[in-house]
Design a protein around this ligand. Structure first.
Ligand code: ADP
Ligand code: UVW
Ligand code: MG
Length: 406
């Protein structure tokens, strides 16, 4: 450790073709800058930088950004223009979202060569995410070798799942040899949102059972009992479970044999089909819920069926996790779709009055970025919209760890 006494944390959230970032001052958790690089690797990459501290104008730039290394260097330049560059002595650490941490990483971890090697070893089970996360770590390390880099893992929150939920029903010797089990993802979000939901209800996290529905481009559900995850819908990889923007979620594994044997597709082709060309996009050609709703309003049948399939799967997971938990205090919707798409929330709990679940149409229609309850006062189970903040959670965990180590 360097003895740095900075109070700022830069959070990097690298997706397969995007890099989201935030710079926070941990004295009051305020955001000094935030931004996003999209379409990395394409000719039309786009950088959007919001200098929150200075209150300056949002800056946008378009043009090819080849990879995550170039993206992070462009971000570093933008931050420098605001006097918030990576060379600042005020920076205490850089916190990285890492999607797959296997069974090894149950806590935020200061990155060293051994940690990098382990994240690299997990690439085959998170091929869309871990390579981008690693590039972010390596570039950040090269830019500030003296600064602690902290990895915060999507899988960590789910390591409390009982074996009955984490194991697939296959020969355990084979499973163990290949480390096949259900790891779960989006854990930072599930942890944050389940805690924020308890707070919204005015109760301690230990005292409430929550079903969290994280519906972004990737989507997952989790059952959280007293603050600990007991089941989640993603598995060995982020492909299992809910219908997503471009991923199929659950299907009969024999579909894969069939596509290979009868359809003549290669394993790589099937992988691409299920991860990148399925889900809402595969069903109707659009993966954005806003566009799908527009098409439904215009009478589009393919969009309507895609929506129904999406919601049907969601409803099944609500029912399943209700049964896993026994009693449920709240169902919390979060991430891009969960926070913004009122029709998804309404349709997902429609007909579940017998389980004590309902939305109040007026409350559900209100747009807000604050946590809120959208069920009627008399409902047995609260239906809540709780905006996630993975970046704040990563910054908090990073700063706590660095503080501990200095
Ligand atoms: N106003 C909105 N109405 C409906 N859906 C929305 C809205 N805004 C965003 N979304 C949905 O949220 C998705 C992005 O969610 P987000 O959580 O930001 O994803 P990720 O972090 O996985 O990239 C979009 O693809 C879109 O489907
Ligand atoms: C794990 C995962 O699916 O992440 P994202 O939603 O960012 O793609
Ligand atoms: Mg996300």
């Amino acid at each position: 450790m360097t003895g740095t006494r900075g109070t700022r944390v830069l959070v990097l959230n690298s997706g397969s073709s995007s890099l989201k970032y935030q710079l926070l001052d941990m004295r009051d958790s305020s955001r000094l800058a935030a931004g996003l690089v999209e379409r990395i690797g394409e000719q039309t990459s786009r950088l959007k930088h919001t200098p929150l501290a200075s209150g300056g104008d949002v800056r946008e730039a378009e043009g090819p950004i080849a990879d995550h290394d170039a993206a992070l260097k462009a971000v570093a330049q933008e931050l420098s223009r605001d006097g918030l560059g990576l060379d600042s002595p005020d920076l205490a650490a850089i916190g990285h979202r890492v999607v797959h941490g296997g069974m090894f990483f149950t806590e935020p971890t200061v990155v060293d060569d051994a940690v990098i090697a382990e994240i690299e070893r997990l690439i085959p089970v998170a091929p869309l995410h871990n390579p981008a996360n690693l590039t972010g770590i390596r570039t950040a390390r090269a830019l500030r070798p003296d600064l602690p880099q902290v990895a915060v893992f999507d899988t960590a929150f789910h390591t409390t799942m009982p074996e009955s939920a984490a194991r697939y029903a296959i020969d355990p010797r084979i499973a163990d040899r290949h480390r096949i089990r259900r790891y779960g993802f989006h854990g930072t979000s599930h942890a944050y949102v389940s805690r924020a939901t308890a707070e919204l209800l005015g109760r301690a996290p230990e005292d409430v059972n929550v079903i969290v529905l994280h519906l972004g481009n990737g989507a997952s559900a989790s059952a959280v009992r007293g603050g600990r995850c007991v089941d989640t819908s993603m598995g060995l990889t982020p492909l299992e479970g809910l219908v997503m923007g471009t991923r199929s979620g659950d299907l009969d594994p024999a579909v894969i044999f069939h596509l290979a044997r009868v359809g003549g597709m290669s394993m790589d082709e099937i992988d691409t089909l299920l991860n990148k060309r399925s889900g809402l996009f595969g069903l109707c050609g659009d993966n954005d819920m806003r566009e799908i709703r527009r098409r439904i309003d215009g009478g589009d049948e393919a969009a309507s069926l895609a929506f129904d399939i999406y919601v049907h799967r969601l409803k099944k997971y609500i029912g399943a996790y209700y049964a896993v938990l026994g009693t449920v205090d709240a169902v919390a919707f979060t991430a891009g779709v969960g926070e913004n798409a009122a029709p998804v929330r309404e349709a997902a709990v429609a007909g579940l009055e017998g389980l004590g679940l309902a939305v109040d149409p007026e409350r559900n229609a209100v747009r807000s970025d604050r946590p809120r309850i959208v069920s009627p006062d008399a409902a047995r189970v609260a239906v809540a919209v709780v905006p996630t903040d993975e970046e704040l959670e990563i910054a908090t965990q990073t700063y706590a760890l660095v503080g501990k180590n200095t």
